[in-house]
Design a protein around this ligand. Structure first.
Ligand SMILES: Cc1cc2nc3c(=O)[nH]c(=O)nc-3n(C[C@H](O)[C@H](O)[C@H](O)COP(=O)(O)O)c2cc1C
Length: 173
């Protein structure tokens, strides 16, 4: 196992996102950090990262990052799907409830990624997620300061070859 993700940002589980407040997060993360460190003394240390929603306000993001830093987590994943809907969305399914993923998510996840990178100022690595359907999309996340990129919906539209395509194209000068 390369890492564990604490996913407190799925909008599809009622109440789950309320666990992103500083108090609720610390209640989960502080004991988790103790277990991670205890397990590390008898073998491999598995990094624990926290996955946040792109719908957090600036104050909520600050609060969550403070908790993540206080609990000595190993990184942040930003972000999960969104509950936001824009007038420009063209799909006849745009009004459905639940998390929206894929291309429309890219601008808002990029905005909160940039904020997260700025607020953390190098104290923790950031994994970027949201609307990566091409090499250019992945590159954009890295240019905004992410150290790794996660993708999901791109696999549906582009197929599993998307990952090797990005890896092959992404590092050309
Ligand atoms: C149907 C569905 C299920 C998901 N399940 C999980 C999950 O179990 N754990 C998790 O961390 N993220 C989950 N996600 C979030 C995705 O990993 C990803 O962060 C999000 O969809 C944005 O990226 P994308 O635009 O590449 O899909 C899920 C997303 C979708 C659409």
């Amino acid at each position: 196992m390369d890492y564990l993700a604490v996913n407190v940002s799925s909008p599809n589980t009622p109440g789950l996102r309320s666990l992103q407040t500083r108090q609720a997060l610390e209640a989960i993360l502080l004991p988790l950090a103790q277990r991670r460190d205890a397990a590390a003394t008898c073998g491999r240390r598995v990094p624990v990262l926290v996955k946040l929603a792109p719908d957090l306000s600036n104050a909520e993001l600050d609060d969550a990052l403070e908790a993540i830093l206080a609990a000595r987590m190993d990184g942040v994943i930003i972000g999960n799907t969104t509950l936001q809907r824009w007038a420009e969305l063209r799909s006849r399914l745009a009004g459905e409830t639940g998390g929206l993923s894929g291309a429309p998510l890219r601008p808002i996840t990029n905005a909160i990624l940039a904020q997260t990178v700025a607020r953390l100022a190098g104290r923790l690595p950031v994994i970027a997620s949201g609307g990566v359907l091409s090499t250019a999309d992945a590159r954009e996340k890295l240019d905004l300061g992410a150290c790794l990129v996660q993708l999901y919906t791109g696999l549906i539209y582009e197929g599993p070859g998307l990952v090797s395509r990005i890896l092959n194209e992404g590092w050309k000068p």
